[in-house]
Design a protein around this ligand. Structure first.
Ligand code: C5P
Length: 235
């Protein structure tokens, strides 16, 4: 799977989701989409199957984090959905991540991409030090967690495009970086503090960009999607 744009379907229900996807019905490329907790908990496995049947690739962003045996069983259930990418929290330990890989792998030894969240971007240095009682610098923790993800045999991490180069350098150059925090040069940043354009993300070495509101809230979502593809995937 080469460099691609993943559209975050951050919608509360199936109706809003299909209204949005219908805009792409006549498009030559079905966007790779991300289904997160909001939509999955509202609509369940049915919506994943329906979107898959329409020909979209799916990143199922459920961020599993539990004891290894439970994560392994949960991944076994999710593997039946035939999605293209899933994720876990690296904080669950190397053993938990290995269990996730095992649960996801079918009898032929094949599995979808599996990535991990290192530290949530909502965790500040202060919260990490004072609430989680981790006293190391935050970027050291992110790098160490990413190395754990690689050791466990996963394919990559979710990170900022600004961290993609460092992750490739400190972990492995083929380790995937899946990067949210994307805005066009003329966009409102919203609640994202550190943002880059699709073009900048490409220059920084991101493998996949995750784009929500700049596409879903655009006046013309198809045009905004094409702009992302042109900046990030071409050339
Ligand atoms: O609308 P926007 O482009 O900010 O959406 C980005 C998507 O990426 C959302 O689904 C958000 O939950 C997700 N995400 C993020 N930052 C992370 C991890 C995931 O923005 N660190």
């Amino acid at each position: 799977m080469g460099r691609d744009v993943i559209v975050a379907l951050d919608f509360p229900n199936a109706e809003n989701t299909f209204n949005f996807l219908s805009k792409f019905e006549n498009h030559n490329q079905k966007p790779f989409v991300k289904i997160g907790m909001e939509l999955f908990y509202a609509e369940g496995q049915k919506i994943v199957r329906e979107i898959k049947a329409r020909g979209h690739k799916i990143f199922l962003d459920l961020k599993l984090h539990d004891i290894p045996n439970t994560v392994k069983s949960a991944m076994r259930s999710l593997s039946k959905l035939n999605v293209d990418m899933l994720n876990v929290h690296a904080e669950g330990s190397i053993e938990m991540m290995k269990a996730a890989v095992e649960g996801l792998t079918n009898d032929n030894g094949e599995r979808p991409l599996l990535i991990a969240v290192t530290l949530l971007t909502s965790i500040s240095q202060e919260v990490m030090n004072n609430e989680l009682l981790i006293s190391r610098p935050l970027d050291e923790v992110v790098t160490a967690y990413a190395q754990n993800v690689f050791k466990a045999g996963l394919d990559g991490v979710v990170c900022s495009p600004l961290e993609a180069g460092k992750i490739h350098e400190n972990v492995n150059k083929n380790f995937l970086t899946v990067t949210p925090g994307i805005r066009f040069a003329d966009n409102d940043k919203g609640d994202q503090a550190r943002v880059t354009t699709p073009l900048k993300a490409k220059e920084l070495g991101s493998d996949f960009i995750v784009v929500g509101r700049p596409i879903t809230k655009a006046e013309n979502p198809v045009e905004a999607y094409e702009k992302c593809i042109n900046e990030f995937c071409k050339g």
